[in-house]
Ligand binder design. Structure first.
Ligand SMILES: Cc1cc2nc3c(=O)[nH]c(=O)nc-3n(C[C@H](O)[C@H](O)[C@H](O)COP(=O)(O)OP(=O)(O)OC[C@H]3O[C@@H](n4cnc5c(N)ncnc54)[C@H](O)[C@@H]3O)c2cc1C
Length: 357
């Protein structure tokens, strides 16, 4: 049997399974999915887990079941392309013929002293649980610093505000205005929500050091009881450690057909692949669609088209607590309750489409 091995059960590889199962792959091929957890975690909802407004079970989806699909669990520690073997920390090793690397990303601390040691994270489900325990266990009136006002920082700050009205929340934004890359109307809407809900947004900040109970913003020292880092990501270590050509962020460079420049059997998708587009679940899924296309051309012994259809992202959605949100689609911005309902609806649809149990 040929082995198609999927590294990481994230958004990208879940889309591959959705397209290939139950009968859209050759009879002589077996699929093996490897992840450190026994389920697909809905990373886009980790902010709610950390804020204590959703449960762990609500943001997990079981991997599908199929007679030619095997799930292997453990921490992937090494990808050996010469031997075509993936190594896990529990001593297991898995051989592959074709490999799709969709292992996602982790926090990038940008060499800020103390940031890694003294801040909490929402990059993995396990870390989000730890962050939840800390944030929700803080005594009344405690100060929480959230470093980074991208989508995940904004969503965490607003969800935490709804979860704990007694906390002082400080959101540190590097830009002069929140969501600077998007229309001013959207920035103003988010800014107004934070003013109304007593979240302190500190614009043009530059965090230079994190201590256990202190944040250094430029030259100012701010007392905090907990810090959550949402200020940038880089590919996971096992991908950064690969001996391949990478971009400045350490993401492997890939071809038009989503495989490594020097290895047509190793595809890379999602947050850990080099791309000019923003790293999103949407991008991971679109890349997965194209990997499926490439595999099908090969399985049918058909020549590959020189170029695959370009990826156009549809837009993005964000929430401000459970009742308000924003959607930016096809150059149109929708804010308020309807936008929030659209986001909840999308989550429901996603779970319905992917959850086999
Ligand atoms: C709070 C938050 C909100 C977000 N909101 C949105 C949004 O609204 N819309 C959007 O499009 N995107 C959003 N994103 C980004 C989105 O979550 C990512 O772009 C997406 O998850 C990337 O998918 P992926 O398939 O590359 O990897 P992931 O979904 O991250 O999956 C990677 C998988 O690999 C596994 N893994 C990693 N390393 C190892 C290892 N060494 N061994 C074994 N297993 C491993 C992990 O357990 C995980 O299952 C958000 C991100 C965050 C943090």
């Amino acid at each position: 049997m040929r082995k198609l091995v999927l590294l990481g059960g994230g958004y990208g590889n879940m889309r591959i399974l959705l397209r290939l199962l139950p009968n859209n792959f050759p009879k002589d091929t077996k699929i093996i999915i490897i992840d450190r957890t026994s389920h697909h975690s809905l990373k886009t909802e980790f902010y709610a887990l950390a804020a204590g407004t959703t449960t762990d079970k609500h943001i997990r989806v079981s991997f599908p079941e199929h007679e030619r699909l095997e799930a292997v669990y453990g921490e992937i520690t090494k990808i050996d392309r010469k031997e075509k073997v993936v190594y896990l920390d529990n001593g297991k090793k898995v051989e592959y013929d074709d490999l799709v690397i969709g292992l996602g990303c982790e926090d990038d601390y940008h060499n800020v002293p103390g940031a890694e040691e003294n801040s909490y994270s929402i990059q993995t489900i396990a870390k989000s649980r730890t962050t939840f325990e800390t944030l929700c266990g803080l005594p009344p009136g405690s100060v929480v610093g959230i470093v980074g006002a991208g989508l995940s920082g904004i969503e965490l700050a607003s969800e935490l505000r709804e979860s704990r009205s007694d906390l002082k929340i400080k959101l540190f934004d590097r830009s002069p205005r929140i969501l600077r890359a998007f229309p001013e109307k959207l920035s103003n809407y988010v800014k107004d929500w934070f003013v109304k809900n007593d979240v302190d947004v500190i614009a043009e900040s530059n965090i230079t050091m994190v201590e256990p109970t202190k944040l250094h913003n430029h030259d100012q020292v701010i007392d905090v009881d907990a810090v959550v880092w949402t200020a940038g990501v880089k590919p996971v270590k096992v991908v950064r450690d690969m001996d391949v050509e990478q971009d400045k962020k350490g993401r492997p460079l890939i071809t038009e057909h989503y495989h490594l420049l020097d290895d047509e059997n190793v595809f890379v998708i999602g947050d850990c692949a080099a791309s000019d587009l923003p790293a999103t679940a949407q991008l991971a899924e679109e890349q997965a669609e194209r990997v499926v296309k490439v595999l099908k051309y090969r399985w049918n012994n058909e020549p590959l088209p020189e170029k695959l259809p370009p990826i156009k992202l549809k837009g993005f959605m964000g929430s401000l607590g459970k009742k308000q949100g924003f959607v930016h689609l096809a150059d149109t911005t929708v804010t308020g309750r309807i936008a929030r309902l659209m986001k909840s609806g999308l989550l429901w649809m996603y779970k319905w489409q992917n959850d086999s149990q």
